[in-house]
Design a protein around this ligand. Structure first.
Ligand code: ADP
Ligand code: MG
Length: 629
């Protein structure tokens, strides 16, 4: 077959293959157009999962009658001046409408503020029909019927009405989070109606929109992020570590208002939470990055959901640093969902408690009860070992029984008064007033050999002593690990790792940082590095694999997170072995010391596995349970 120029329709259908993957992609493009036109209301209607009908109506600027034909012509846009590096709108490629028009029946009815009347243009599987007068208010209505009728092969890939309409809901929610001042409605015979009332573009308004989309649980369990570094601004919210999900779908990220799915951002979130979450749990996040448009490239893929940062290391560092700082600053805070689940369990007549909350999965109340009751009481084990934690000294499970966790005079301030009984299980006498004002209050009793019951001025606190102690040991270990150089061991013979030249170069550039983590390496010819020392904590390690992983990591993110994460993981494993098991009796002052230590330790609201270390029941809630309010 000789070479020939493809027809306009075929060119558009080829483009549609990338831009319009499914009904949700059409909705995304049309909603983006409405927002670019400055709409304050966007109404979306679908039928048949969007395959039969998608209609998007806005009250934006409208399209002048004489430009309607251009709107559906390829490579025609009103959004790009002459600088591809200065993109401030959601659209800029001028290919959505012609692509949609080539695979479906598309009509656009529009009226501008100055236009006397509306006009309408239609395009049917690539065939353009003449512009005709129409009746409409200011704004634009775009209607798409019989999506993919002109490309039946694509139609075969659709997943069915339910899946397609829920993909559309996701798209609308994702974009709505970035435009809180716009009112969105999504309705149709194939779905239940979603209505998002306009809030405003203040921090409060944005959080309000987030609550509309994700539910109130998230704001109640989230920490605000607001950080700036070298002209890049990061704002938004992240969940506290005890509020997690089994997948990363609830991580929303925006770059200059554009919803993106970005590996670098996802990786940075993972890195920031690595310390506080198990590998299979994911934080819930809503993050907005704002930076000079010329330092980020959005022209990576036709769907415009990918971005490339000019300085990926800066962006990653900002995200990791800001989240970690916020988590540390938030101190201890357990998920309110824990207490909510508990309230449900207590409610009169409740069936055995199964808490399907975001953290716990399904663990029945019965099972939890028996698990806590497991280790039977062993007097030899109990009461003897002091809690050696904190201050960077590692006293876990070893021979050092020095009480370095809390100095004697600190202890005096927390004196609980005379003990009612030598047996800590019995209630403690009237607690000191000062203790009641502390976040975790005064310890009153230990029950089931693992739970510390404490009292504040207005609540009852229950602490899982094993989980709490494990966390404290972990933090102490990590501090030790990061505050001084990590000890390394010399290899008998240097190990040579062959690598692509760029990788060898990158590793050599970061050799100082790597040395701090105990990995000593240097360039060895153009395509290799020689490893002389490895971190002793890693023991016998696969040097080749470690170095290659590190090279990949640096190439992706410009940082050396991998090594740090590995070391943190080792610290976590050690902490788990070194902490107080449940089943150990604690004296009143030991319990109070543990509570004070928790208050002073960032991240101690959750154990290393992301479960809460304590729950708090407000007095008001308890009174409500008893029908006293
Ligand atoms: P792009 O958005 O990349 O410019 P599109 O094919 O999506 O390309 O749209 C082409 C043009 O049609 C836009 O540049 C804009 O001028 C106009 N347009 C499309 N939808 C709307 C709308 N809802 N309101 C106002 N103008 C619109
Ligand atoms: Mg567009």
């Amino acid at each position: 077959m000789p070479i020939r120029q493809l027809s306009e329709t075929m060119i558009n259908q080829i483009a549609a293959g990338e831009v319009i993957e499914r009904p949700a992609s059409v909705v995304k493009e049309l909603v983006e157009n409405a927002l670019d036109a400055g709409a304050s209301r966007v109404e979306i209607v679908t039928a048949g999962g969007g395959l039969n009908l998608i209609r998007v109506t806005d009250d934006g600027s409208g399209i002048p009658e004489q430009e309607l034909a251009l709107a559906i012509a390829r490579h025609c846009t009103s959004k790009l001046s002459n600088d591809i590096h200065d993109i401030r709108s959601l659209g800029f490629r001028g290919e959505a409408l012609p692509s949609i028009g080539s695979v479906a029946r598309l009509s656009i009815r529009s009226r501008t503020a100055s236009g006397d009347s509306a006009a309408e243009i239609s395009i049917d599987g690539g065939r353009v029909l003449p512009v005709k007068p129409a009746a409409a208010n200011r704004g634009t209505t775009v209607e798409v019927r019989d999506l993919f009728f002109a490309t039946p092969a694509r139609l075969k890939f659709m997943k069915g009405e339910r899946a397609e309409s829920s993909a559309t809901s996701d798209v609308v929610k994702r974009i709505a989070i970035a435009f809180p001042a716009v009112r969105f409605t999504l309705a149709g015979s194939d779905r239940s109606t979603l209505e998002l009332a306009a809030t405003d573009d203040t921090a409060e308004g944005r959080l309000g929109r987030v609550a509309q989309v994700m539910g109130k649980d998230f704001p109640n369990n989230a920490i605000a992020i607001d950080a700036m570094r070298d002209g890049v601004h990061l704002a938004g919210h992240v969940s506290i570590p005890s509020y997690t999900r089994a997948n990363a779908l609830q991580q929303y990220a925006y770059v200059n208002g554009r919803p993106v799915r970005d590996k670098l951002i996802a990786g940075a979130i993972r890195g920031a939470f690595a310390d506080v979450l198990p590998r299979d749990r994911h934080a819930v996040t809503v993050l907005f990055l704002s930076l000079d448009p010329s330092t980020v490239d959005v022209n990576v893929h036709p769907a415009k959901a990918d971005v490339r940062f000019r300085d990926p290391g800066l962006v990653r560092g900002l995200i990791v640093g800001a989240i970690r700082e916020a988590l540390a600053g938030a101190g201890i805070r357990a998920a309110t969902t824990g207490a909510a689940g508990m309230m449900a369990a207590f409610r009169p007549g409740a069936t055995p408690y199964s808490h399907p909350g975001p953290t716990g999965g399904h663990r029945s109340y019965e099972a939890a009860y028996h698990a806590s009751d497991s280790g039977s009481f062993d007097p030899l084990r109990s009461g003897q070992r002091p809690l050696d934690i904190g201050n960077g000294e590692m006293g876990y499970g070893g021979a050092r029984h020095q009480r370095n966790g809390f100095a004697e005079n600190d202890q005096a301030a927390f004196d609980t008064g005379p003990l009612a009984s030598a047996d800590a299980r019995a209630g403690v006498a009237e607690p000191a007033e000062a203790l009641l004002g502390m976040v975790l209050g005064a310890a009153r009793a230990q029950v089931h050999e693992n739970y510390i019951v404490a009292q504040t001025r207005d609540s009852l606190v229950i602490v899982d002593q094993h989980a709490a102690h494990e966390r404290l040991v972990y933090e102490a270990l990590k501090n030790a690990l990061h505050s001084r150089a990590v000890p390394s061991q010399m290899l008998l013979l240097p190990e040579i790792v062959d690598l692509p030249e760029e990788d060898a170069e990158r590793l050599a550039m970061h050799s100082d940082t790597l040395a701090k983590f105990g990995l000593g390496l240097e360039r060895f010819g153009p395509g290799a590095v020689a490893v002389r020392e490895t971190p002793s904590m890693l023991g016998e390690t696969n040097v080749q694999q470690l170095v290659r992983d590190l090279a990949d990591e640096i190439a992706d993110n410009d940082t050396v997170e991998t090594l740090k994460e590995r070391l943190d993981k080792i610290a976590a494993t050690m902490a788990c072995h070194g902490s107080v098991r449940s089943g150990r009796l604690l004296k009143a002052e030991e319990m109070n010391a543990l509570l004070r230590q928790m208050e002073a330790t960032p991240g101690s609201g959750t154990c290393n596995h992301g479960r809460p270390t304590y729950i708090e029941l407000k007095l008001a809630d308890i009174e409500r349970l008893f029908g006293r309010r």
